[in-house]
Design a protein around this ligand. Sequence first.
Ligand code: BG6
Length: 490
Amino acid sequence: MSFDLVLFGGTGDLAWRKLMPALFQAFRHGTLPEGGRIIGVGRDDLSDEQYRKLIQSRFDKVELAKRPSAEEFARFAALLEFVRVDLSKPDDYARLAASLQGRNADTVVMYVATAPALFTTVCEQLAASGLNTPKTRVVLEKPLGHDLASNRAINHTVRRFFEENQVFRIDHYLGKPAVQNLFALRFGNALFEPLWRREHIANIQITIAEDLGVESRGAFYETTGALRDMVQNHALQLLCAIGMEPPINSHADAIRDEKLKVLRSLKPWTQESLSLDVIRGQYANGTSGGGKVPGYREETGVDTRSNTETFVALRTEISNWRWAGVPFYIRTGKRLAGRDARIVVNFRPTPHAIFNSQLGMANRLVINLQPKDGLELHLLAQGQENRQQARQGPSQQALAPVQLDLDFDKRFGSERVGAYERLLLDVIDGRLNLFVRSDEQEEAWRWVEPMLEFWANDSQGPRLYNSGTWGPSASSAMIARDGFCWSEES
Ligand code: BG6
């Protein structure tokens, strides 16, 4: 099957940091279908050869399990071409169209990795140049809009020219191996299903912590912030994967229908919950990676009086029979104490104690997404570390916390398919399971919007936290109100 993958934003950060390395990995492992072309599109005046050299020079800066030899890179680079397109100029699209029509590939993927404000222009121009044929697939990067209205406007324009099943709204968290394993754990095994409900689960915590700051993306981040950048999409998709009902089959719409139901069941905000259950923060200077780092307001491209949040912690509930009353906590931020993404399912304590142990939340399932992916099951065990204990009766014995640990890297090897690699192959092959449907996305914006509105009228601004910490102390206080603590504090 031949394909043309057209990369709008072909010289941009996402292209060289994530997309090209992912395509290279697929090429290296022989999973990229043969007969493909990857066409970078951008404003620069580059020849194909100059584009290949540019990507090669950037490859030195990206993480790859094994660096390519010159010969290996050259074989990959033979797939790369470049077409100069100023996105606002119709004539430039005509040039692109000519290049694509000359070859007539079986599938044409338009990967729009540009600023979201350009999505509608690109789609309109693609249609005007006759590039919206049935064999075209459009990939749209997040964030898709900055609120519900702008998201709807983009979806509306896109749907004027493309069918829903031609539109691949990407959320790379859905491609992460740990998320695949979460689906496998929940729907490929019967073990946890009877426990996966309010009767047995005390709370669920979703943390996506990054140690890096905004790096070179200060200007982008200023108009985005952590709520739009991470919560509206990545964190909510994780929440859906944890909270959804088993789908009737593994088809894209069966999965997306169930995720949509979760989003529709999220507890509506009130003025009270907005003020008590949502904490926004912004990093001040501090220490990270062993060195001193500047605060957010000192970053390039950031207003010195900026109120943009770099941290959000919130409490919500899924109002349905399975989950009513179970708090779901979401926390994400930049310049936190480490790079650590995980979902923690805290099971309820035993109802009655026969051992001399505290009735804590001893049973916990941890789904680690980053930096390593794996599963941990925390239990209490009779360790008999102290010989004297052998002389004590059961009621005097203290139990010790232990954990069953499954490290997927060790089990399956560290060179597994990465998120972007999997998702790009899915687009080429036309599989929509791991992509977000427009109604899901709109529902997520609908739920996020009251927080944006509340902040717009809140003169207090975000709470400052020192870089290298776990964010404002108010986030611990919020969860403590329910009698719980964040997993790293327990
Ligand atoms: C992106 C956000 O979607 O996800 C970034 O725009 C963030 O701000 C990144 O750093 C995190 O992705 P990952 O895969 O490194 O956790």
